[in-house]
Every structure is written in C-alpha cells, then in structure tokens.
Design a protein around this ligand. Sequence first.
Ligand SMILES: [Zn+2]
Ligand SMILES: [Zn+2]
Length: 362
Amino acid sequence: MSAFGIDAWLSLGACGVVDGYGAVAAWIAGRLQLMDARVDSPSADVVGLVEAACAGGDVSGELAQLARCRPDLVRPFHRRLVDADVWWPVDLYRGMDEVTAEYLVQRIEAGAQRPDKLLELLAVGATDTAVEAMWRWDRQPPAWASRLHWPVHRYAHVGGWEFDSAGAVRPLTSTVAFALVPDESGTAAVSGGVLVSWCRWCDLPLWRLLDVDLSTGTLPDITAPEADRVVVASCIRCGCFANVFTEYDTAGSCRWAEDNQRPDFLGHEDPPWQLPTAPPLCIGPPRPTPFAADASRADGSTFGGSPDWLGDPWYPSCPRCHQTMLYVGMITGDDLWSVSSGGCRYLFFDAQCGLAVAVYQN
Ligand SMILES: [Zn+2]
Ligand SMILES: [Zn+2]
C-alpha cells in the first residue's frame, strides 16, 4: 500500500491526530446525521446505496460522503461500481486495494472503452500496482494512450500526486486535515482580513486566505525544511478570473508577485466588489479523513487534506521554478461571506520560491 493508501491515514489514530474509528463514527453520526445503527452495521445500507448508484448511474450525496469519511466501508464494492461504469465522484475509490487496482490495469490493457476514466480511478487508488502501471504507460505509451485528454502522468493529479523524475510518488496533498472554523477567541485566526498590499489590476486590498506556520508539523507530510510560515493571499475579485500569485516571506509579509500577467479578458469596468464579511477562521478539529473537505458547504473550509474539486483537478505550477505547487487547504465562498455565495478557493504554495496562489472554481 502506497503512502496514499487508506492505511496511511487510518493509522493516524495511533499518533493521536484522529481518534480512530470512534471519532470517525461520531463525526459521521453527528455531522452527516446518519443514524448510529447505520455506522455500527453499515453493510446492508451500503449495499443499498451502491446498488442504487449502479442502477441509476447517479451517486447519492450520502454514498459520496460515506466514501470520503469511511472509504473502508465502500472498498468491498469497488469492483461492482467499476463494472457498472460508476466513475464519479472519484472519491468513491479512496482506499482502493491491490485486487481492484490489478483489475483496472487488466481492463485498460484489454482495450476498455474509457481508459481515461479508469486511469482516474487508478490515480485515486494510488496503490503500488496502480503507480507502477501508470509509470510504465507514461514511459512507453500504448496505442490507447493517443485517445487520452492528457499524458498518462497528468492523471496522477486526480489522486493528488505526481511522479518525480525517477518515477516515485511525490504527494501534492496532505494525509492530515483540519476544519477551519470561526475564530471565537479572536486571537487564533489563520484566515481573514486585508493585507497592506494591493491588487495591481483592480486596486482592491489583497485578502489573507491562509497564514500558518508549517514548521510545527501540523501537516506532517508537508514539512519540507523550507516549509516554514506560509501565507496565501489573493484579490477577491481578480482571483475569480485568473490565478493571482503572491510572494511571501517567513516573517509573514505578503505582496503581489511580479510574475502575474494580466489576462486580456479581465476588463476594468466593474461594480464595486464587496470584501468578505464573515468572521476570520482558525484551525478547528481534525477531519476524519483527508478527503472530508466539502467545497459546497458553509463549514467545508479545510486546512490540509485533499481538495474537493468543483471542477477538474488543477494543480498550478510555480511560475519561477515550474515545480507543481503543494496544496495546503481550501476556503469556500460560503465561509468568506456567511451566505450562500458558492465557489471555492484552493490554496497552493511553493516554499522554495516563496510563492502562493489561490485557484478559484465554482
Ligand atoms: Zn484585483
Ligand atoms: Zn518555485
């Protein structure tokens, strides 16, 4: 099982980050309003949810949330879901085992109709079998690879990782995630407020989306030596239309990056934009899994973990060193304005160059 497998984060309970299944079950029961009985003896209910998905091709929100919070309960049904061509959301396939990965590899090599969809599932599974097959196909593309939207290696982004130059997995996300919650004390905020730096395209002050010290080991798998304090900011307006890069230093200052290139379509005439009005956010309780963020909810903002993409996965490259930037969290529109405004800002940084960016999707 690779570093991205289910065991990696289930074992977090052992180091006290997540209190094992008890906390997970409590979280599901409370947060998702699932009955305790369903959590204690879930198999019959999961069968019903899976069969409904296979029959209608439409995955219920309940099944999707279950897969994000208890992937082990959905894992026994992976083969059934694959055979019914249920490919979305890909979170259904978190915690994949090697048997399913081998099955997917065989299906692709036997000429599956949609190798692109099965590749996405392999990327999410990220088992040793999946990673080895994807590396092999990327080095020596088979005939079917010419029908793909992207090169094989690019599909790894669907699972939140990429290949390094030697073919090893370079994770782009964290195996640990925390809710971002309103800062009741008013002293622990890590998100919210304007900076003393302005957008050069529209003159709005830059908005502080995240300011955290990663050197404390809060996100244990993104503690590169140079990953110290990370500040991600953006223009609330222009960041909805283009990726606005900001440059930060470990003392906490953050400013417009010279690398930004104004897109032609941005325009100048615009009604005034309202800056966010919701209270600042601080780091709250751990999420039960790294996949439990929710881009559509008022309390879905998350520090660490994996992005809940509203659109296609999109990991930006650093404009200076061209390395893929690391994901560090997401802020939902509802959490910025305290009203249902939709959209989500996905936060990335490159510690070596001191650059950060918020990718907007809605
Ligand atoms: Zn702007
Ligand atoms: Zn860089």
